[in-house]
Design a protein around this ligand. Structure first.
Ligand code: ZN
Length: 45
């Protein structure tokens, strides 16, 4: 089962913003490794 990564909202990357809210750069989401989804290993249903 795959679930959408909450950290990046399924985009696979995080927008790094400065204090003014301008997007500085995009960084690969470490939680889902850029997949945008997290594989749920617990598939014992
Ligand atoms: Zn993510």
């Amino acid at each position: 089962m795959k679930i959408i990564c909450n950290h990046c909202d399924g985009q696979g990357y995080i927008e790094i913003r400065d204090c003014t809210g301008e997007i500085q750069r995009e960084e690969t989401c470490v939680f889902c490794q850029g997949m945008g989804q997290i594989l749920d290993d617990n598939d014992e249903d």
